[in-house]
Design a protein around this ligand. Structure first.
Ligand code: ADP
Ligand code: SF4
Length: 691
C-alpha cells in the first residue's frame, strides 16, 4: 500500500545541529525497568523502535555519576568507561535501521535515592529528600558545581564514544539537579547560581555550553525542559519563568524537547487527559526559537500529528507510550496502514514495570519487553506447524489476542463469544467513567481479525461442554484444539485479601459486585464500597455512583484509595477527584461484617469497631475464574478424544484473574507457544551476572 500523500510532511528529514533525522518521528526518552541491569533486552527493545521507523530513538534517564542513582528503580548508568559497552549495544542496534540514538544524561540531585551508593544526595540548598526517607541533601558549594560540570562533560564524551548522535541536557520532570537549580522553591542560594532567574539559569546555560564544546562537533545537543510544573508561582509556569527560560536559551541547544512536570503530569493517563493535552502549555516554544521543537501528548493519530506540524506547534512528534504500544507506528503510516496502528490506551501499565523494577510491559503490545528474552517481534510470528483448527471460547482481551496471533500464524481459528459484543471486560469497563480509550484493546484486535480469512467469529454463541464436543467434527468447524478464554466474575461474598472466608451478615443488606453494576443493575441509596482490589475499579465505581447522585463511602484497608495506582502515576489524581466530588474515604479500615441498614468497620491496626449506616454494599474484592467449561471437558476425556480434541487450555482471567495486560499477554503467549517447542524450566532468556 502507498501512504496518503497528506502525510508526506511527516516523513521529511529534520536537521538537528550536526545530525539529520530521517523523518519527524521522535521516540523521546522513556524508562523501561531494564536499564543498566538488562542491556541486551534494552538494545533489542530500542532496536524494534528503530526498525519500526522512529528516526530518533532515545534511552531512558542515564545517571552520569556515582553520586546519583534511584535504586531500586533500574535506569541507565554512565558512571565510568565500564558502562560504555552496554550502551553501545543500543546505539549499534538503532543505527542498523538508519535511526539516530539519543541519550538523556541525568543527575537527579536531591531526588537521587542513593540507596545503593550511600553517598548523600546533592542539591543547590540542603533539604529533605522528597520521599519520607530520613535523608537530607548536601548543599553544593562552588567546587561541587565545578565537579558536577566535569562529570556531565565526561558523561557526554563517553556517550559520544558509545555511539550516541544526540545528547541531552536534562531539566525536566522536577527531578533533575538542573531543574532544582532553576526552581526558586528549591534553590535558596545567595551566590551567582541563586536568586534572580538569570542566576538560577546559569548552570543550565553552562551545561549546554559545556556539552556543545565537548561533543557538539558531531553530536546534536538537545535539552529537555518542563515549561510548566503546576506548582503555581513558586514553580516554573508556562506563562512566566518557563517562557522566560526558553527565551533566554532559545538558540543555544540544537533541539528543544519540551513537556510538563512532574512525571504524573507528563505521562498523564487517559482517565485524566486526552491526546494532545500538553499542547496548550508548550505551544509558545516554537515562536521563541529557530531550533527544532519536540513535544509529546500521547499522539497516536496521524491527523493530529499532521496538524501539529502544519500549525507550527512542533517540528517532530515526540512519543514514549505510543511507541511502546506500537513500535511500528511510523512504518504503518509510511505504508498507508495507519488504521492498523495499535493505539496506546493511556493506562500506564508500562510505567508499572519501571516502578516495580522489572522489564517494561504494555497492555496493547504483548511483545513489549519480550524482544530479546523471548525473541518476540511485534509484526512477525512463526508460521503454523499444522493444518489443525482451533476453537477459542470467549472474545475478551485474552481470546481476541489469542485468535489474532494464531490467525497471523496461519491457523484456522473459530472464535465463539456468548454475547453480541466482542471485547469482554474491556467493552464493559470502557463504558465506566474515564476508561473509554481502553476500548482500543478491542477495536484494534477486531479490525485485524476481520481482515484475516482464516478466522470465523461467532457472536451470541454461548458454548456448553456438549456443544464443544459435538461441533468439533462438523465440517464447517472442524477443530482439534480448544482454548478457553471465558473470563472471571467478581465475588459476591467479600472474599479477598482481608476475608479468606465470606463476610458475615451479607444476607441482611443488598450486595452488589462490579459485574452487577456493569450489567445495569440499579443500586439503592447510600452505598458503601469495600475495595479490597486496590487497582482502578474502586475509585471508578465511587466516581460513577457519585455522579449518579448516590452518597458514597469508600472503605479500604490500604493507606490510600486505589493504592496500586501509585504504579500508574494516578493515585494522587484519583484521591483528589474523589475528595472533590464528595466521596467519603475511610482508609486503613476493613469491612468486618454487614447488618440491616449498616456495615461494621474495623481498624486494621487495633481492630476497634465502628459502624456506618448505608442502604447497599458494593464489594470489589476478588474474582472467581469462569472455569466450569474447563472442568466439565477435562472430566470427560473419553468424549474429548472421540471428538478428536487433542488439547484443552484456559487462558486469561479464566486461568488466573489479572489485569487486562495480563489477559492479553496470556492470549499472546498461548498463541506463540501453540505447537511450538517450549523450554520447560525457564521459558525465556535471562541476562546473567558473569562470574
Ligand atoms: P479475559 O480478560 O480473560 O479475556 P473476559 O472476561 O474479558 O476475559 O472475557 C471473557 C469472554 O468470554 C466474555 O466476553 C464472555 O461473554 C465470554 N464467554 C464466557 N463463557 C463463554 C461461553 N461458554 N461461550 C462463549 N463465550 C463465553
Ligand atoms: Fe499505552 Fe498502556 Fe501500553 Fe503504556 S501500557 S504504552 S499506557 S497501552
Amino acid at each position: 500500500m502507498k501512504r496518503d500523500p497528506r502525510y508526506d510532511i511527516l516523513f521529511e528529514p529534520v536537521k538537528i545541529g550536526p545530525v539529520t533525522a530521517k523523518n519527524r518521528f521522535f521516540q523521546v526518552p522513556h524508562c523501561n525497568g531494564m536499564g543498566y541491569l538488562r542491556p541486551r533486552s534494552l538494545a533489542a527493545m530500542r532496536e524494534m523502535k528503530a526498525e519500526g521507523g522512529w528516526a530518533v530513538v532515545c534511552t531512558e534517564e542515564v545517571y552520569i555519576h556515582s553520586s546519583s542513582e534511584c535504586d531500586s528503580m533500574v535506569e541507565g548508568r554512565l558512571w565510568d568507561d565500564g558502562d560504555i559497552p552496554a550502551l553501545a549495544l543500543m546505539t549499534e542496534a538503532v543505527h542498523k535501521h538508519g535511526s539516530l540514538a539519543g541519550i538523556e544524561l541525568q543527575h537527579a540531585g536531591y531526588c537521587s535515592t542513593n540507596n545503593f551508593s550511600r553517598i548523600p544526595p546533592i542539591s543547590p540548598s540542603t533539604m529533605s529528600v522528597d520521599s519520607y526517607a530520613p535523608v537530607q541533601s548536601h548543599a553544593m558549594n562552588k567546587s561541587d558545581i565545578r565537579d558536577f560540570r566535569k562529570w556531565h562533560r565526561r558523561a557526554a564524551l563517553r556517550a559520544k564514544q558509545a555511539g550516541f548522535d544526540l545528547i541531552y541536557v536534562y531539566a525536566a520532570h522536577s527531578g533533575t539537579l538542573l531543574s532544582h537549580f532553576l526552581s526558586r522553591r528549591i534553590n535558596k542560594r545567595t551566590d551567582e547560581y541563586g536568586g534572580s532567574l538569570e542566576n538560577r539559569v546559569r548552570l543550565f546555560r553552562e551545561l549546554i555550553e559545556d556539552t556543545k564544546d565537548a561533543v557538539g562537533d558531531s553530536c546534536a545537543v538537545a535539552v529537555r525542559f518542563a515549561v510548566e510544573e503546576f506548582l503555581g508561582p513558586q514553580g516554573i509556569t508556562a506563562d512566566n519563568e518557563g517562557r522566560d527560560i526558553v527565551e533566554m536559551l532559545a538558540e543555544l541547544p540544537d533541539l528543544w524537547d519540551v513537556n510538563i512536570s512532574d512525571w504524573s503530569m507528563d505521562s498523564a493517563t487517559s482517565r485524566f487527559e486526552l491526546e494532545g493535552y500538553q499542547e496548550p502549555y508548550i505551544s509558545f516554544v516554537k515562536s521563541l526559537t529557530s531550533k527544532p521543537v519536540v513535544g509529546v501528548g500521547r499522539y497516536t493519530s496521524p491527523d493530529s500529528m499532521l496538524s501539529l506540524i502544519q500549525r507550527g506547534v512542533m517540528d517532530m512528534i515526540g512519543a514514549a507510550r505510543p511507541s511502546i504500544a506500537d513500535p511500528f507506528l511510523p512504518k504503518k503510516i509510511e505504508e498507508g496502514r495507519e488504521d492498523e496502528i495499535r493505539e496506546c490506551i493511556g493506562c500506564n501499565i508500562c510505567v508499572s514495570g519501571d516502578k516495580l523494577s522489572v522489564p517494561i510491559r504494555c497492555t496493547q503490545n504483548p511483545t513489549m519487553g519480550e524482544e530479546w528474552r523471548r525473541g518476540w517481534h511485534p509484526e512477525q510470528i512463526e508460521a503454523k506447524k499444522s493444518d489443525d483448527g482451533v476453537l477459542i471460547v470467549g472474545g475478551g482481551p485474552s481470546g481476541l489476542e489469542c485468535a489474532l496471533a494464531l490467525g497471523q500464524r496461519g491457523y484456522r481459528v473459530i472464535l465463539a463469544e456468548a454475547s453480541a459484543e466482542l471485547g469482554g471486560r474491556v467493552s464493559r469497563e470502557s463504558r465506566l467513567p474515564g476508561l473509554a480509550e481502553w476500548g482500543r484493546v478491542r477495536d484494534y484486535r477486531v479490525l485485524m481479525l476481520e481482515r484475516l480469512a482464516n478466522i470465523s467469529i461467532y457472536r451470541e454463541n454461548p458454548l456448553s461442554a456438549a456443544d464443544i464436543i459435538e461441533f468439533s467434527a462438523e465440517d464447517q468447524f472442524n477443530y482439534s484444539h480448544v482454548l478457553l478464554a471465558t473470563g472471571a466474575r467478581w465475588r459476591k461474598n467479600g472474599m479477598g485479601r482481608v476475608h479468606r472466608e465470606p463476610i458475615p451478615g451479607l444476607e441482611k443488606i443488598p450486595v452488589f459486585t462490579p459485574d452487577d453494576i456493569m450489567d445495569g443493575v440499579l443500586v439503592p441509596g447510600k452505598v458503601v464500597i469495600f475495595d479490597d482490589d486496590h487497582y482502578y475499579l474502586g475509585g471508578v465505581f465511587a466516581e460513577k455512583l457519585r455522579a449518579e447522585g448516590h452518597e458514597v463511602i469508600l472503605v479500604t484497608p490500604a493507606p490510600d484509595v486505589s493504592t496500586w495506582t501509585h504504579n500508574t502515576l494516578e493515585q494522587k489524581k484519583i484521591q483528589k477527584k474523589l475528595i472533590e466530588i464528595g466521596v467519603e474515604i475511610i482508609t486503613q479500615t476493613e469491612l468486618s461484617a454487614a447488618a440491616t441498614g449498616k456495615v461494621e468497620l474495623s481498624c486494621v491496626f487495633t481492630a476497634r469497631k465502628t459502624e456506618k449506616l448505608c442502604d447497599s454494599l458494593l464489594l470489589i474484592t476478588e474474582r472467581t475464574p469462569n472455569n466450569e467449561l474447563f472442568q466439565a471437558l477435562d472430566a470427560d476425556q473419553g468424549s474429548m478424544s472421540r471428538a478428536g480434541i487433542k488439547s484443552l487450555k484456559c487462558i486469561g482471567d479464566s486461568f488466573a484473574p489479572g489485569t487486562i495486560a495480563v489477559a492479553v499477554y496470556s492470549g499472546h503467549l498461548a498463541a506463540r507457544e501453540f505447537q511450538s517447542e517450549r523450554q520447560e524450566e525457564v521459558p525465556f532468556m535471562r541476562e546473567r551476572i558473569q562470574l
